[in-house]
Design a protein. Structure first.
Length: 249
C-alpha cells in the first residue's frame, strides 16, 4: 500500500500538472483574439479600376445646319439642323402661311455617311475659303452652311459655287429637304386631302427617277401603308405599289 505521503505527493504532482495545463490553455485562449485582431480584414489595396464610362469615347457634340432662302419661291425658307448621328429637325416656310412647319428628321446611315464625308473633305472649320463664285446667281436663292463642334463655329454663305464638295453638300441637303417635305405632304393628304395623293405619288416617282431623294429605302414603310390605304384613290394605291417594287428591285 502507498503511504499517505506518497498519495499526497501524487495529488500534488497531479495538481501541478493540471495547473500547468490550465495555464497553457488560458494563454492559448487569451492569445487567440489577440492574434485575430492582428489580421487585416480589409481586402488588399489594388490599383483603382476605371469606371466603365471612363473608357467610353465622349459623344460627338458637333452640330450641322443647312439653310436655303428665296422669298419668291413657294417654299421660301428651309432650315435643316442635325447632330453627329443624323437626328434633328427640318423647318420650312411656305408662301401664304404665317407659321413655319417644323418636323423631326433622321438621316439614314447612307445619307449621313455621304454628308459627314463631305463636311470632312471641306475641312470646314479649318478653312476660310469663300465658296461663292465670281458670278452671282442670287435669283436662284442663297445657301448657308454652318458647323459648330462645341469649341469652334463657322458659317459660309453663297448662291453658287464651283467648289465640288461644297456644291455636292448643298445637293445632298436639297435631297433631304425634298424627301422630308414630300413625306409631310403625303401624310397631310392621307388625313385631310386624299385627292392630292395621285399628284404626290407622281412627284415621288419623278424624284426617284432623277436621283432626287435622300434615301428611297426610308420610304418603304410609308409606301407599304399607302398601297392598302382606302382613304386615298385606287390610282394612288396602285402607284404606291409600283414605286415600292421599283425601290425594292
Amino acid at each position: 500500500m502507498r503511504s499517505i505521503s506518497d498519495i499526497i505527493r501524487t495529488q500534488i504532482s497531479s495538481l501541478r500538472f493540471s495547473w500547468a495545463v490550465l495555464l497553457i490553455l488560458s494563454a492559448a485562449i487569451l492569445s487567440f483574439p489577440q492574434d485575430a485582431s492582428k489580421r487585416n480584414d480589409r481586402p488588399p489595396a489594388s490599383a483603382a479600376t476605371p469606371r466603365r464610362e471612363d473608357n467610353k469615347k465622349p459623344p460627338d457634340a458637333s452640330r450641322y445646319s443647312y439653310e436655303f432662302t428665296k422669298a419668291e419661291f413657294f417654299i421660301s425658307h428651309i432650315l435643316i439642323e442635325h447632330d453627329a448621328i443624323g437626328r434633328g429637325e427640318i423647318t420650312f416656310e411656305r408662301q401664304g402661311e404665317e407659321k413655319p412647319i417644323v418636323e423631326p428628321i433622321e438621316l439614314s446611315i447612307a445619307a449621313l455617311g455621304r454628308i459627314l464625308g463631305l463636311w470632312t473633305e471641306l475641312r470646314f472649320l479649318d478653312s476660310t475659303e469663300n465658296y461663292q463664285t465670281a458670278k452671282s446667281f442670287a435669283h436662284l436663292g442663297t445657301y448657308h452652311l454652318h458647323m459648330d463642334d462645341g469649341q469652334r463655329r463657322r458659317t459660309a454663305e453663297f448662291n453658287w459655287s464651283t467648289n465640288k464638295e461644297a456644291w455636292a453638300l448643298t445637293s445632298e441637303y436639297r435631297r433631304v429637304s425634298d424627301q422630308a417635305i414630300l413625306i409631310f405632304n403625303i401624310k397631310l393628304a392621307r388625313e385631310m386631302q386624299p385627292l392630292n395623293a395621285p399628284q404626290l405619288l407622281n412627284e415621288m416617282e419623278m424624284l426617284l427617277t432623277r436621283d432626287g431623294l435622300s434615301d428611297p429605302y426610308q420610304l418603304v414603310p410609308l409606301l407599304t401603308d399607302l398601297k392598302t390605304d382606302e382613304r386615298i384613290p385606287l390610282i394612288a394605291r396602285n402607284h404606291a405599289d409600283r414605286i415600292l417594287k421599283k425601290i425594292e428591285k
